[in-house]
Every structure is written in structure tokens, then in C-alpha cells.
Design a protein around this ligand. Structure first.
Ligand SMILES: Cc1ncc(COP(=O)(O)O)c(C=O)c1O
Length: 303
């Protein structure tokens, strides 16, 4: 399955972990060494932040999608005598805002600063890119790029594939304790993930259908609610107040709409929100009905 995945993503190699959560933690805490620097975007998933804290490198957090701040952090660290490797950790599509990272600029910066780039594609794999290979598809195979593809989201399976240069995969196989000392995944998972990758390649109509639904939902939310949408299948509706966000989420759930209220610490204080996540399990009429219900619940739960 790993060989098939490496070929599919056009990477040199791939390594399977039992979850994207574990893969994030395992890869970063194994590869980063004392004397290294890791620069993380402020909006990365909690596990990337925890992994950065747990590893032996110095950690710098920068404002969201601020390429200059990443550059500045690496430059300042070098000037202060930083001699190890610099790492940059980002998501290609942010899980709570649904927006994209400026990957081309960040990759160019990584090259210029001789840094490694770790890209979490949890929410982009299977949805974007040729054959659903993700938003970082054009960066796969580079010697300074590692990409995490969760198999538990659009792929509908379980676990995660980390694509990486072979030398880094070898290092992980021999040094990564969460990989070495955990039971290997069931062969059933290998079959399911291999099949999911084949479906991505062979059934592009699924992505086309989702893209149509996404553009319909984004337009409807803008037209009917005046909310600037994210442009992706993850659409946040910022409420601000924690209790109000949770009350509106509960009311919408009671009406049959499976969307979630998200509070700090998952999102910054003052930005509690409803998180709408579109899948192929819904139709345009469901989206329209949800938006009308949302308008009603925003009114009846007015501040
Ligand atoms: C950005 C991001 N990375 C990693 C994960 C964890 O992936 P998995 O569900 O495969 O453990 C998530 C899950 O919510 C996520 O949003």
C-alpha cells in the first residue's frame, strides 16, 4: 500500500501511521533535533502545536499565512546563531477557517532558507489537485518536503500516509518510536486505502460534484447571510460568543443539520463559530434548507 501511495502521490516514498494525529506527532518529534527551529502557523491543528512543543527544537509561532513572518523568524534565528535545520509546518487547507496556505510562496521560501517543509493535507487530500492528490501535489518528491495525507477524511478509511524522501522514511522506520512500537495496521486497512486511492483516480466525477456543491453553498451563504465564505468545503460562520455559538449549533442539530459549534482553545478567543463541512452526502436542497434554518437561528439567538 505504501508503494502504491508513493506512486499515486508522486513522492519518493510513503509511510503509513494509524492516524493523522499520531503521524503529525511521531514525524515531528522524531525528525526534529536539538538545535533545530520549527516555525508553525498560528492556525495549525492542535497536534502540530503539541508536537512542536514536545520536540527538542526551538518553536516560533507566526501569524496566519504570513510568509514574511516565517522568513523573519528563520532569519532572526540564524542571526542569533541557530545552526541546526529550520522547519516550517503548515496546513494546505486550514481545518477551522477553510482557507488555503500560500504554498508556492512558502515552498520558495523553504528553498531559499534551506528549510524543511511539513505540510498537513488532512482536509485537502481527496478533494483538491489532480486525481485528488491535494493542494501540495506539485511539491511532492522534493527533497525538503514531507506531506501528511489523512486517510480518515475524504478517503473514508483510517490512518495516515506521510510522503517523504526515502532517506527520511528510512530514518523514521528506524528511529520513530510510535511507528516501531505500535501494532502494524490490519491488512484490511491496506486494502481499503489502496482502493480509496483507486477511486480518487478513477472517479473524478465525485470531486466535480463536491466542487459544484461547494460553490453553490458558498454563493448561497454569501447571498442569503452576507457572510464571506471560505471558498472551500469547510465554511466557518463566526459567531464570536461561546454560548451563542453552541446554542445555535445545538438548535441546528435538533433540526437535523450535522454541523458543529467550535470554541476556544480549538479556535482563538472571540471567534467561536459554526463549522459547516460539506460532503457528498448532502444535496443542494439540503444546503438551501440549512442556510434558511441558519438565518432563523441567528435571529432567534440574536445578541
Ligand atoms: C489538520 C489536521 N491534521 C490532522 C488531523 C488528524 O488526522 P486523523 O483524523 O487522521 O487522526 C486532523 C483531524 O481532525 C486535522 O484536522
Amino acid at each position: 500500500m505504501e508503494t502504491v501511495a508513493a506512486r499515486f502521490f508522486r513522492a519518493e516514498s510513503a509511510l503509513f501511521f494509524s492516524s493523522g494525529y499520531l503521524a503529525n506527532f511521531a514525524v515531528l518529534t522524531t525528525l526534529l533535533q536539538k538545535g533545530d527551529l520549527i516555525v508553525i502557523d498560528r492556525s495549525v491543528h492542535v497536534i502540530t502545536r503539541e508536537a512542536a512543543r514536545a520536540c527538542r527544537a526551538k518553536v516560533t509561532e507566526v501569524p496566519h499565512n504570513d510568509v514574511q513572518a516565517i522568513d523573519g523568524a528563520i532569519a532572526a534565528w540564524r542571526t542569533a546563531g541557530g545552526k541546526g535545520h529550520a522547519w516550517i509546518a503548515v496546513e494546505s487547507l486550514y481545518s477551522m477557517d477553510g482557507d488555503h496556505a500560500p504554498l508556492a510562496e512558502i515552498a520558495a521560501l523553504a528553498d531559499r532558507r534551506d528549510a524543511f517543509l511539513f505540510i498537513d493535507e488532512a482536509h485537502a487530500t481527496g478533494v483538491f489537485g489532480p486525481d485528488g492528490r491535494g493542494l501540495a501535489h506539485h511539491l511532492e518528491g522534493r527533497e525538503n518536503v514531507l506531506v501528511l495525507h489523512s486517510c480518515g477524511k475524504a478517503l473514508g478509511c483510517f490512518g495516515a500516509l506521510v510522503t517523504a524522501p526515502s532517506v527520511l522514511r528510512e530514518f523514521l522506520v528506524n528511529h520513530c518510536l510510535p511507528f516501531m512500537y505500535a501494532t502494524a495496521p490490519s491488512p484490511l486497512i491496506a486494502v481499503a486505502v489502496t482502493e480509496a486511492l483507486a477511486i480518487l483516480r478513477d472517479e473524478p466525477e465525485r470531486r466535480a460534484h463536491l466542487a459544484e456543491l461547494v460553490s453553490f453553498a458558498n454563493k448561497t451563504i454569501l447571498d442569503r447571510c452576507g457572510i464571506e465564505p471560505s471558498g472551500s468545503h469547510i465554511v466557518p460562520v463566526i459567531i464570536g460568543d461561546n454560548s451563542r455559538a453552541m446554542a445555535i449549533a445545538a438548535a441546528l442539530q435538533a433540526r437535523g443539520f450535522d454541523l458543529r459549534g467550535i470554541r476556544p482553545p480549538t479556535v482563538p478567543v472571540g471567534t467561536s463559530r459554526l463549522r459547516i463541512s460539506l460532503t457528498l452526502n448532502v444535496k443542494k436542497t439540503d444546503v438551501s434548507n440549512m442556510v434558511e434554518a441558519l438565518i432563523e437561528e441567528l435571529e432567534s439567538n440574536a445578541v
